[in-house]
Design a protein around this ligand. Sequence first.
Ligand SMILES: [Zn+2]
Ligand SMILES: [Zn+2]
Length: 374
Amino acid sequence: MANYYEILGVDKNATQDQIKTQYRKLARQYHPDLHPGDEAAAQKFKEINEANETLSDPEKRKKYDFELENPGMGGFNFGGDGGFGGFGGFGDIFGDIFGSFTGGSASSRAEQNKKGQDVTIEVELSFLDAAKGCKREIKYNRNEPCSACKGTGAKNGTAYTTCSTCKGSGQVQYVTGGGFFRSISVKPCSDCKGTGKKITDKCEKCAGKGYNRTATTVTLDIPAGADNNSYMRKRGFGNASTVGGEAGDLIVVFKLLPHKLFKRKNFDLYVEVPISFKTACLGGKVNIPTLDDVYELNIPEGTQSGKTMVIRGKGIKSRNGVGDLYVTIVVEVPTKITKVEKKALESFDGELELKQYDKLKKYSEAMDSLYGKN
Ligand SMILES: [Zn+2]
Ligand SMILES: [Zn+2]
C-alpha cells in the first residue's frame, strides 16, 4: 500500500495547510508540461495527485490512516442491500473500500464522482458489546433522497427536459493551454450542475433539491470483534447525490470504552489477576473472568509474580478468528499487617534457606563474585 505521507513528504500529523503547500510545490515540480516525454516524472505526478486526493479530504484521510495502521484489517462491511449476509473477510473489504478512492476504471470513477457524500458518525461501544457483538439502533441526520420526486427534484420525478448545453451528459469538454500543451478536459456542466436535466416544474416536497434533511434510524447488527476505530459501512445510507447518482454510504466508526478487568489486542484478551503470597507459594484455584462465565484457573505451587498463562480459545470469537485469554499473575504483598502476623512472618522467613529462592540465590552469588568473595 502506497504511503501517501511519504509521497508528499509530510509528517503523519501534518495539517491541511501543510499538505496543501507541499502538494502545490511538488505538483509544480513534476508537472508533465515541464517534463515532456519523461515517464518517471509523469508517474510521480500521478502519485502526488493520488496522495493529495486522499490526504486533503479529512474523511478519506481518516479511513486511509486506519488502513495504514491496520494493514489488511479493513472494517466491517454491509452488503449492498443492507442485509447482513454481506460481511466479507477483511481482505476483500479492504479492496472494496479502497477502490472508491484510489481509482479503478474510468467509468466506475465517473459513477463514484456522481455518488452522494458519505456520512461518517462515531458510535461508542462498551468493551463487552464490542467483544461479544450486539444490535444497536443509530439515529443520525442525512440528506435523504426525496421520495416524492425519486431524487430528481422535478415534480413527480418527470417534470424535466434534457439539458441543451451538455445534451444530457452532465459534462462539458474544455480546452486548456495551447500548441504543445493543449489538452482537453471534462468538467460538470454548469447549466444543469452536472445532472444533465433541466427541471421545468420543481418538486414541492424538496423545493427542487432532490433531497430532504431527515432524521434517519438504522439498526446495526454489529458482529463480535469490533475494535476501536474499526468501522462498518452501510451502502446507500449516506447523503443523497446532487447530480443524479446513488446516495453515499453511512460509515459508523466505533469507539470502545475501557473495561475494568479486560484489555485487548485484536481478538486476544488480557487480564491481570492479583493473588496472595500464600496462593503463589502453595498453589490453588482462582476465579478468572472470561466473556461468558467464570473460569477456574489452577495456580501451580511456586508461581512467580508476572507469570503469564494462556487459556486458548477464551478470547473474542469473531467470524474472522478466535482469540486467546492471557492471564498475568501478580503476587500482591499485604499492607498494614498486625504485630502477630509480623511475628509469624519473621519466624517463617527464619526457617527458609537461600536455596529455596531460585532468583535470590543466583543474584546473591553473582553479587559475591562481583566483589571477589568467591
Ligand atoms: Zn447540462
Ligand atoms: Zn422532491
